[in-house]
Design a protein around this ligand. Structure first.
Ligand SMILES: Cc1cc2nc3c(=O)[nH]c(=O)nc-3n(C[C@H](O)[C@H](O)[C@H](O)COP(=O)(O)O)c2cc1C
Length: 190
């Protein structure tokens, strides 16, 4: 009889442990981007590096075409990147946002942040950041800017004008991206 009681206690204990392990799944940030010639991808990698620098917060870094809907709904934050196309976000990014579930407001109170790359100065980057931010706000997300005033609305990079033409993304832009990822992860950790 004593043995049976002990076994029941052990089973209940194991059950509690497994419930606890499930409910304490590590938080993570989804860094999702669209990139045709690799510039926005480089910014995405820098964003992910910033997230990883914060211990205890995981990161899923993916081209939007590979993102699973469970990764959208399960993430604590979504950091979304697009190139500027005729002063708009890339159509693929708009389609990706349109695929997010709206019923039940599943994305409400998740953190949201954005990054962009554009060919030239002031020919759409800020407009694109705000159009992505607006869509996130429709979903009730909490918008986070970068960690410096130069990245107030998110991280942006110029890729095709003046000294920035025909080269890899300049360090000052990559630093904005890393700072953005790090700030979002810090907020989750808090
Ligand atoms: C169809 C098309 C339209 C573009 N329109 C703009 C624009 O309006 N403003 C801008 O700054 N750059 C524009 N660009 C340049 C891209 O935004 C820029 O090269 C970007 O860094 C590309 O990102 P990716 O390498 O991740 O594809 C355009 C590029 C393409 C292909």
């Amino acid at each position: 009889m004593k043995g049976i009681v002990l076994k029941i206690y052990a089973l209940v204990f194991l059950q509690l442990i497994s419930i606890d392990a499930f409910s304490q799944e590590a938080p993570f940030v989804l860094v999702a981007y669209y990139s045709q010639s690799g510039k926005t991808k480089s910014m995405a990698e820098a964003v992910a590096k910033g997230v990883s620098a914060q211990g205890g917060v995981g990161v899923v870094l993916k081209d939007i075409k590979d993102v699973l809907i469970e990764e959208v709904t399960g993430a604590n934050a979504i950091i979304l990147g697009s190139p500027v196309y005729n002063a708009n976000m890339a159509p693929e990014v708009q389609e990706f946002i349109n695929s997010w579930p709206f019923e039940g407001r599943m994305l409400k109170d998740k953190f949201g942040a954005v990054f962009v790359t554009g060919g030239g100065f002031s020919i759409g980057e800020e407009a694109v950041m705000f159009s992505m931010i607006r869509a996130m706000m429709i979903h009730g997300m909490i918008i986070v800017g970068g960690d410096t005033v130069e990245a107030s609305f998110g991280a942006s990079a110029i890729t095709g004008e003046g000294e920035f033409e025909g080269r890899d993304i300049a360090d000052l832009f990559l630093e904005k991206a890393t700072g953005l990822g790090n700030r979002v992860a810090e907020l989750i950790a808090k």
